[in-house]
Design a protein around this ligand. Structure first.
Ligand code: C5P
Length: 274
């Protein structure tokens, strides 16, 4: 049975440029896929079936896996049924794009299974109807994303960097974090300069969504401090949180909430999935 890997993503930098009339925020962010995966087993069947290893996730139409299935049927105008099993490893409410990656992986897998022949560009364009972070996964794993996140510029892979991920038990909802943002207080930055710095081996990691997330959950600021004190040179929340990625070498015992160590950036080869 075909199993597809669905990766997590990090936002190496995330700058919020402003709020748009449609309520979304204009972003400039460097997204990077990492080798922490969910697994989606999928094959054609007599009737639709959907199971998931994480019992806390809804199995109804609010799940991005089923949203992607419906979107694919609607766009491809193909009639078929599938059996899907989702094995979750990426935590939810983490800012790691787990659900968005699942939706992208579903579209890629369905396109293959039904031999529909849509290009990655088409799948990416369809996917933005169901989530701002989904088109990123149709890049090759490193991309500069703008607009509400859906405008994706595929970039060359970055140098390898071992990284650690930490995830406290508390989660945060994406709209809540954006709603708590104090826009006038944000430092104005030039996105092109930030991007160039990443390829000049002098990256500036930052996330404008840390402040609104920390004010909603002050424990996050404590965790960041504990991680910095344990020796990492870079500790940053991903997306709207609450996961943190850490770069460098920890010198002492690690603070609690380690999700995974010895992870790294992960890119895909053209024509294949992650
Ligand atoms: O597109 P997505 O479903 O991921 O967005 C979820 C929510 O996050 C939006 O309804 C909006 O409140 C917020 N959001 C935002 N600006 C973005 C992306 C998301 O305000 N660029």
């Amino acid at each position: 049975m075909p199993t597809f890997r669905s990766p997590a993503k990090l936002n190496l930098f995330l700058h919020v440029l402003g709020k748009r009339p449609d309520g979304f925020h204009e972003l400039a962010s460097l997204f990077q896929a990492v080798n922490l995966f969910d697994f989606i087993e999928i094959h054609l069947a007599e009737a639709d079936q959907f199971s998931c290893s994480d019992e806390s996730l809804p199995l109804d139409q609010s799940n991005l896996v089923l949203k992607a299935l419906n979107l694919f049927r609607q766009k491809s105008k193909k009639n078929f049924s599938v059996k899907i099993d989702l094995q979750k490893r990426i935590p939810t409410q983490a800012g790691l794009g787990g659900g968005s990656g699942n939706a992208a992986t579903m579209l890629f897998a369905l396109n293959q299974l039904t031999q529909h022949g849509a290009s990655d560009q088409e799948l990416s364009a369809w996917s933005q109807e169901i989530g701002s972070d989904i088109p990123f996964f149709f890049s090759h794993g490193t991309a500069y994303c703008t607009g509400r996140g859906e405008k994706v510029l595929d970039l060359p892979r970055l140098p390898e960097t071992p990284l650690y991920l930490f995830k406290p038990p508390q989660g945060l909802s994406t709209p809540k974090v954006f709603a708590n943002l104090n826009l006038p207080a944000l430092e104005k930055r030039k996105p092109e300069t930030l991007l160039q710095a990443c390829y000049d081996s002098a990256p500036l990691y930052f996330n404008d969504l840390e402040a609104p997330a920390f004010s909603l959950l002050p424990e996050l600021a404590d965790l960041k401090l504990a991680l910095l004190n344990s020796g990492f040179h870079t500790v940053q929340m991903s997306g709207t949180g609450t996961a943190f990625f850490c770069l460098g070498r920890p010198k002492d015992a690690l603070p609690e909430h380690l999700l995974s160590s010895s992870l790294g950036y992960h890119n895909r080869a053209p024509g294949s999935w992650y």
